[in-house]
Design a protein around this ligand. Structure first.
Ligand SMILES: [Cu+2]
Length: 127
């Protein structure tokens, strides 16, 4: 009788532990979604278009993190956008218009970027 009680307790603990892992996993996913949503508030959104084989120049404000996205005019390998800022590479394939590449806040100046193959170029002007 006592052994059965212990066995029941062990099973109950395993089920509870499993439940906690599951709940934690789920809340992590929700957390990511929430932080993604709240990021748009403090970030500035910059939508870049294509111009021939290059990108159109884009303009953003200084001192605010940037969320880069590409509109539907941007085709092919130009959707793989690549920035090199202070020796750090920021590169992402932005498959759809809602995909975003996050850049840190930048100082005033002109920053060039390219597709990941270095064929198409553009300028990000920070004012
Ligand atoms: Cu390319």
């Amino acid at each position: 009788m006592k052994n059965t009680t212990i066995l029941f307790l062990v099973i109950a603990m395993i089920v509870l532990a499993g439940g906690f892992v599951f709940v934690n996993g789920e809340s992590t996913i929700t957390g990511n979604v929430v932080s993604g949503g709240s990021l748009t508030g403090e970030m500035q959104r910059v939508v870049i278009s294509q111009d021939g084989y290059n990108y159109k120049d884009a303009v953003a404000e200084e001192g605010k993190p940037i969320a880069i996205s590409l509109d539907s005019s941007v085709q092919g390998c130009l959707r793989a956008i690549n920035f090199n800022l202070d020796g750090k590479k920021y590169s992402q394939y932005l498959k759809s218009e809602s995909d975003v590449l996050q850049l840190p806040a930048l100082k005033k100046g002109t920053y060039s970027f390219s597709c990941s193959m270095g064929m198409g170029f553009g300028k990000l002007i920070i004012k």
